[in-house]
Structures are given as C-alpha cells and as structure tokens.
Ligand binder design. Sequence first.
Ligand SMILES: *[C@@H]1O[C@H](CO)[C@@H](O)[C@H](O)[C@H]1NC(C)=O
Length: 359
Amino acid sequence: MNERTAARGRGQEQQLSRPGVRMRMPRGGRLFLATCLGSLAVLVLYYQSIGKPEPSVGTGSRPEKSRRSPLQTLYSGDQLQLLADQKSLQGRRELLEQACLSHTKKRRLLSPEDLKHLIVDDKHSLIYCYVPKVACTNWKRVIMVLTSDGRYTEPLAIPANEAHVAGNLRTLSEFSVPQINRRLRSYLKFVFVREPFERLVSAYRNKFTLSYNTAFHKRYGTKIIRRHRTQPDPEALKKGNDVTFQEFVQYLVDPRTQREEPFNEHWESVQSLCHPCLIHYDVVGKYETLEPDAHAVLSLAGVEDMLQFPTSGKSTRTDGNMAARYFKHISPYYQKRLFNLYRMDFLLFNYSTPEYLRT
Ligand SMILES: *[C@@H]1O[C@H](CO)[C@@H](O)[C@H](O)[C@H]1NC(C)=O
C-alpha cells in the first residue's frame, strides 16, 4: 500500500498510468481489478466543486437532465423542509473540518485501497462509507434497493447476510482513478458514526458473547485467550467463545495486535475505515439521531417517498449507557490506552470524553 505523503493539491488530478482498464467486469473479476488498482500505487486527488457539480452519471436508460443531484440539493439549500436538518448537518461538517485541521498533521493522499468501505450508488449519485455497528446492514439494504432497478423494493425483505455479500454492491475502490475522482467530486458522500465506546461494546457483545459467532471466536477469540488469559483451560483455548471484555480490551491496546494485522472492521476506528479528513463528507449522520439523519439523506437523494429507512429491529439498539457498565471493570490504565486508540473518533465527530472514564 502506498505510504507516500504529499501536500494535497486542490484541483489536480492524477491520471492512471495504464489506460484502458475495463470497468464493467463480471463479479469474479472485481476483486482482481481492485487488487490491481491497489498495487499500482495510484494516488487519488480530487477537489469538490461545490456549486457546479458535474452532470451525474446516467444509467443509460433515461437521462434525468432536469433533476438535481443530491449534492446540488444539499448545497443549494432552498428546500425548506430540509433547512432545519441542514443546519445541524452543516455544523457537524464544519466541526469535522476544523478538527481535521487541528489534529492531523500530515496530509496523506488517498489510494484506491483506502476506498473499500465506500459504497457507490451511480443511479442516485451517492457514496456511503459503511461503518460496522452503525446501522450499516440497513444502509446496505437501502442501497441495494436503490440500485436494484426495481428488483428489490423493501429493504427488510433482503436477508442481512445477503446485504453483506461482497459484489452485491459496488465500492469506489473498483473504479479507475479518473472515475473515482469524478464520483468524489459530484456525488453526495455520507457516513454514519456512533459514540466510539458504545460502538466498541456493541461489537464486543455481538462478536464475542453470542454463541453463533463461531467464526469470530475461532479467528480472534482463541488468540485473545491464548495471549491474555493466565492458565486458560483447554476448552476455552480451543473454542475461544468466552472472551471477557477485559481481555478484549487488553488485546486491542496490545501493540502487537495492530503490528500483525489491521484491526477487524468491527473495531477499527471510523477514521481508519472512512478517512474523514481526506474525503470531504457532505453528511455526517449519527446513530444517536439515526431516524432524522437517515431521512435527511434519503430526502437529499429524492427517494424519501419511495422508501423509508428501516428502524425496526430495535432489539440491538441500546440506551447509550451500555459502555459505562462495561468500563466499570476496566482499570484506569487500560481505559486511558483504549481512549487513545479511539481519540480521533471522539474529536472528529464531537463526542465528549465519557464521564465514567477514570484516566
Ligand atoms: C458538539 O457537541 C456539543 C455538546 O454535546 C453540542 O452542544 C454542540 O452543538 C455540538 N456541535 C456540533 C457542531 O454538532
């Protein structure tokens, strides 16, 4: 992966050095293409031309010339019913930009490799960066409906596992650099975030306390127990299915962990998954205000009459105080180190340092 850093030039565009990469590939070929692009050491540069977005990429069937793109709608700001929402969305956008300026030193360039979490809807000119444990299954379902040409109409009719099948949705990393840049400039880019420790505890509960998640138990649980439990019994070592939150935290803050491999996406920071200081998100939605924020995005896309963001299945929703209960049993030393791991997510998205922290 490309680690070069450079001043970020606005308005420049780097051309892919190898012309003629075929874009519409059969599904099997996409992974290969993504790998190719990643290894070309290509730098992505783009600037956002607010005010005069480029014409949106048509689906070929019916050009909707008169219709505004979501990005145009957002920045024209004359849709009255959106105004209230837009005020807070604009506040978050400005806060994010300011936090990026104050807290990030080097401005790295993006490579296609960085764009694997960005899901593209060419039909509605949308780019969504998915963050696990922040309603991402439902957002994937919604985008499947939006891009399905009528094959799907009801998000919740799509099985959760199908929403996560790689290849059911297109990601920005699959495109060529000029195509990536064009989309970054003219599409509405959005991300949904959540209080970082609530998200982390939610990931722990989901992946380590539910008996059916055997893949995570095997892959991560066994390793965590081997490393962080004194005298584990053979059964636990083999199954990895009874990791405590304390052990999980020890695993996260252990420097070896990230040296060996990147964090799994369920506990990787939003900063690392979505690069919010390099990609200028137009809308930062929050899990804590999921319904109005999701509605705002769907309104900007002009599809609010066509579908609703699914908000049933609230069984997994929490009261926003779950983390406090789990952190009671974590020593101040580990709390502090854990906070440092997720510090940028707190700062960038305006989450205050939790009061229960003893650091
Ligand atoms: C940031 O958080 C504070 C405290 O929760 C809140 O009062 C403020 O409105 C937030 N700012 C933005 C831009 O969202």
